[in-house]
Design a protein around this ligand. Structure first.
Ligand SMILES: NC(=O)c1ccc[n+]([C@@H]2O[C@H](COP(=O)([O-])OP(=O)(O)OC[C@H]3O[C@@H](n4cnc5c(N)ncnc54)[C@H](OP(=O)(O)O)[C@@H]3O)[C@@H](O)[C@H]2O)c1
Length: 324
């Protein structure tokens, strides 16, 4: 059987025929209505972020759509269910196979475009701020790249769960957009020294948790504006892979530096994160406290333009691709 999917041909994204998958044990087959772009997709096209073993080579870490076929031992869904899912790959396609634990019912209050913008970034934000860093009510959080897909999800979770947040972004307009979403304060990383601003904001105490997708030279500044017993979770390396770790301060202030990726985790681990989203975040979406932030939605045939748009660093929230 044949379907259409985005393939990388000579570095360009092309919508073309390929083999349609069929669901294996414990998997559901989803007819994709929308998928969303993640920064990792740009790295995958550039050859720097290969899919984990066993995952589809097709791009796409999340989708929304309808269940059209069930593999053996799937009791939690039926054909016709409207869902959204966290994928290890394969979302830029008409059909994708997903382990049932990584699939959630589509929130009733969201349309398919909005639902596709939720799984990867909310799973990343929840996993790293609340499971890895273990943020408690009232603890402060520094969110770098606050207007990114992950950043906008993080701000909203912090607001919903009682954590004041400070964001860094690359444009003044993004500071305002993040504050509208619930960030307490923020600064423009291109013109201001975030370390000074965060210390000023936190009354020289520092923040309790830092979500850092930048890495590189941010590490030393991060440690200087991290409180005693603070935790930094490094989730990306947009600013480089190498850094100096001042061990004296780390030890005396009892600080922790945690590295974390979502995609390479086991199905069981990802399913646990998705269950947390269902129990703790889905009710917030249905009540209207937490929103899908969609900057642009484009037909999937325009995936190349959508990648170019993300690369400008001007987007706020998610860029979504629709298949129908
Ligand atoms: N570890 C994991 O499991 C995991 C999962 C998902 C995402 N991530 C990471 O989270 C980050 C955000 O992903 P996303 O898809 O949400 O991104 P996105 O929506 O594409 O936004 C990325 C933003 O990062 C900022 N940025 C770009 N290059 C930068 C640099 N060199 N230094 C500092 N900031 C820079 C830009 O915003 P400003 O100009 O406004 O700063 C850009 O708009 C990425 O690093 C991604 O790899 C990690």
């Amino acid at each position: 059987m044949v379907m259409h999917a985005i393939e990388v041909v000579d570095g360009k994204l092309v919508w073309q025929p390929t083999e349609k998958p069929s669901p294996g044990f414990g998997e559901v087959l989803i007819e994709v209505q929308a998928t969303a772009i993640n920064r990792a997709d740009l790295s995958q096209v550039a050859g720097g972020y290969p899919p984990p073993p066993g995952a589809s080579n097709i791009l796409g870490l999340e989708c929304s759509g309808t269940v059209v076929e069930l593999g053996d031992q799937v009791g939690s869904f039926k054909v016709g269910d409207e869902v959204c899912a966290l994928l290890s790959g394969g979302g830029y396609a008409e059909y994708v196979n997903v382990p049932a634990g990584q699939v959630l019912p589509k929130p009733e209050s969201l349309n398919m475009v909005e639902a596709a913008a939720i799984p990867e970034v909310f799973a990343t934000a929840y996993l790293n701020i609340y499971m890895e860093a273990g943020a408690k009510v009232g603890e402060s959080v520094l969110i770098h790249s606050g207007a990114s897909g992950v950043g906008t999800a993080s701000i909203q979770l912090c607001k919903a769960f009682g954590n004041p947040s400070f964001v860094t972004v690359g444009f003044d307009a993004k500071v305002r957009a993040c504050q509208k979403l619930g960030a307490t304060a923020g600064c423009n990383r291109r013109v201001e020294n975030f370390e000074e601003r965060v210390l000023e904001w936190s009354g020289d105490v520092g923040v309790d948790v830092i979500l850092d997708p930048v890495g590189g030279r941010y590490l030393e500044s991060n440690l200087r504006c991290l409180a005693v017993d603070g935790r930094i979770v490094v989730i990306g390396l947009m600013g480089g892979t190498d850094a100096t770790l001042p061990l004296g301060r780390l030890m005396v202030k009892r600080q922790r530096v945690i590295g974390s990726t979502l995609r390479a985790r086991s199905i069981e681990a990802k399913s646990k994160v998705m269950l947390q989203l269902l129990e703790r975040v889905w009710p917030r979406i249905e009540s209207g406290d937490v929103h899908a932030i969609v900057d642009h939605a484009l037909p999937i045939e325009d995936a190349q333009s959508a990648h170019n748009l993300l690369r400008t660093d001007q987007t706020i929230g998610k860029v979504v691709l629709t298949t129908q």
